[in-house]
Design a protein around this ligand. Structure first.
Ligand code: SIN
Length: 200
């Protein structure tokens, strides 16, 4: 893995724009809690057939090339439902999103199930097993230990996990993979650490 790890390509398609000239993008990780782009509309949304996993390496945000962090991707999981946030954005926003999600993610087009019943086609950023930053599965305590140690230009890997866990709680969502990692990290925290779920 190096700084040229492929990311979204210009030829990764976008779904057709709606009548307002906008496209939906689905966030399941940091895109839930770090919205650093202009949004026309936002909605809680579900993606059917995919599960959230800390199986993707990060050397550009939550780790370094020498010590990559672990961040989220989606893996195909028949019967699973992943809850996140969908944003209706203008197509030019994808220039920023492609740069932000450059480390092995590709745009995948899928049907989003919005809380109000609408089912637009939208984009999700998915890093598949073929990408050079891929880490894959590991025992949960090993994943928790890896997250505990890693840090990169965007901050500590633990912060990424805690912010996500807090955002999912705020949505009333219990994702067993995230909840278990949150529990393991709190169990590993020193007594003086802030385990309230607040991220300072
Ligand atoms: C996402 O949030 O939808 C993609 C993964 C990430 O940036 O954490």
């Amino acid at each position: 893995m190096n700084a040229s790890t492929p990311g979204p390509q210009d030829d990764d398609a976008l779904p057709p724009c709606d009548r307002g000239g906008a496209v939906w993008v689905f966030g399941y990780g940091s895109l839930i809690w770090k919205v650093d782009f202009p949004v026309r509309e936002r909605a809680v949304a579900r993606l059917h057939g995919w599960a959230r996993r800390f199986w993707q390496g990060s050397h550009d945000h939550r780790g370094t090339p020498a010590a990559p962090g672990r961040v989220l991707t989606l893996v195909p999981a028949p019967g699973a439902v992943c809850t996140g946030m969908a944003y209706r954005v203008l197509p030019e926003v994808f220039v920023h999103l492609d740069r932000r999600e450059k480390n092995g993610y590709r745009r995948v087009i899928a049907t989003l199930h919005l809380a109000d019943g609408r089912t637009p086609r939208g984009v999700a950023y998915v890093a598949g097993p073929g990408n050079p930053a891929w880490l894959g599965d590991a025992p949960m305590p090993a994943i928790a230990g890896h997250i505990e140690r890693a840090a990169g230009p965007s901050g500590g890997n633990v912060e990424y996990l805690l912010r996500l866990a807090a955002a999912l709680r705020a949505l009333g969502e219990d994702d067993p993979h995230v909840t278990e990692l949150d529990r393991l990290l709190r169990a590993r925290a020193t007594p003086s650490a802030d385990t309230s779920g607040r991220v300072r």
